[in-house]
Design a protein around this ligand. Structure first.
Ligand code: FDA
Length: 304
């Protein structure tokens, strides 16, 4: 049953018509628990609140299914606007983005052009941009583009997913560039030909790459709500005396706030991933797929 629901949410999240419909009708079904509103104003308010709780943020202007250059330019403009708003408000946040929203599916050139515009603006504001990792189909090109951009910019990082078989090798390769990485388990539905189907194997690989990247001496953002992984990271940094400036924990907006607060109290750096924008549906479906128990929360909101 749980697997069925996971598959259903993952498919719905990829459905263009459902996404378009959701965009038209606005934040619904309790999605506001996971998405900080539809405008930059509401997003900045959320950042301020999190900052006041001792957490830093990464803002993501949601945007999926971009197929024209015009749409890609609009998304680029929104990323730039987000960077400007962060600077203007003086809040502690960097930017996360998905390259498909910048035209990755149109051409590598379009995406590169847009990425450079965003990274130039981020550099101007002395800010940092994290490239989210999407489905396996986009993995190689995302890493290729990251590598090229990394030679020109030091304010860019990328995400690596523990569920992929290729990941250990990717971490070794990315060490050559001293890459700043966010490590995650992985949120997309992937074939067993490319990704570990069993949770235990994903968890084992996650631990392996957390240690590998930290011991390589590179900046590591451990992005998880899994307390076992959090505790594991704490044990590695303590055993190998990894300085606090070399790592941070990251969690999603509205999820496991108790663990976030506990880590802040313990003196760890915690960054909350705060998505906002009208294109909330795909993101919301991925969160439901991760934890079908969230459905009860959605149903409760439907009955309100
Ligand atoms: P796991 O799924 O084992 O969950 C552990 C516990 O956390 C659960 O038992 C539950 O208590 C809680 N939990 C997890 N997900 C929840 C949810 N949706 N709602 C409520 N509780 C939940 N993925 C990707 O492919 N590309 C990317 O770029 C990113 N970026 C990213 C940034 C940040 C800051 C985070 C935290 C995560 C991502 N992810 C991601 C998502 C990631 O791959 C993964 O799908 C989720 O983090 C869930 O996995 P956990 O590590 O939390 O463990």
């Amino acid at each position: 049953m749980e697997l069925l629901m996971r598959n259903m949410f993952q498919s719905l999240g990829k459905n263009t018509s459902a996404n378009k419909l959701a965009k038209k009708y606005g934040l619904r079904f309790g999605a506001g628990r996971f998405v900080a509103g539809e405008t930059i104003k509401t997003a900045i308010e959320a950042v301020r609140k999190l900052n006041s709780e001792g957490k830093v943020v990464t803002l993501d202007h949601l945007g999926e299914f971009v197929y024209t250059e015009e749409e890609a330019q609009e998304s680029t403009a929104m990323c730039i606007q987000t960077l400007d708003a962060i600077a203007e408000a003086g809040v502690k946040s960097n930017l996360s983005l998905k390259m498909t929203s910048l035209g990755l599916d149109i051409s590598r050139e379009v995406c590169m052009r847009n990425m450079r515009k965003i990274l130039d603006r981020a550099k101007l504001h002395q800010n940092f941009v994290r490239i989210d990792m999407e489905d396996y189909e986009h993995c190689q090109i995302t890493l290729d583009i990251f590598r090229e951009l990394r030679q020109e910019y030091d304010n860019v990082g990328v995400v690596i997913q523990a569920y992929l078989y290729r990941t250990e090798q990717d971490i070794a390769d990315l060490n050559l560039q001293k890459a700043n990485l966010r490590l995650v388990k992985g949120a997309y539905k992937e074939s067993p030909s490319v990704a570990f189907p069993e949770k235990k194997d994903v968890d084992d690989n996650f631990k392996k790459i957390i240690k590998q990247h930290l011991l390589n001496g590179n900046y590591t953002a451990v992005a998880t709500h899994d307390e076992t992984m959090v505790e594991y990271t704490k044990s590695v940094v303590s055993e190998y005396q990894i300085p606090k400036e070399q790592f941070e924990f990251q969690m999603l907006y509205g999820i496991c706030e108790d663990i976030q607060d506990k880590l802040v109290k313990e003196g760890f750096k915690v960054r909350v991933y705060v998505p906002y924008g009208v294109d909330w549906f795909g993101y919301f479906m991925r969160r439901l797929a991760e934890r079908p128990a969230n459905v009860w929360f959605v149903l409760k909101n439907l009955l309100k």
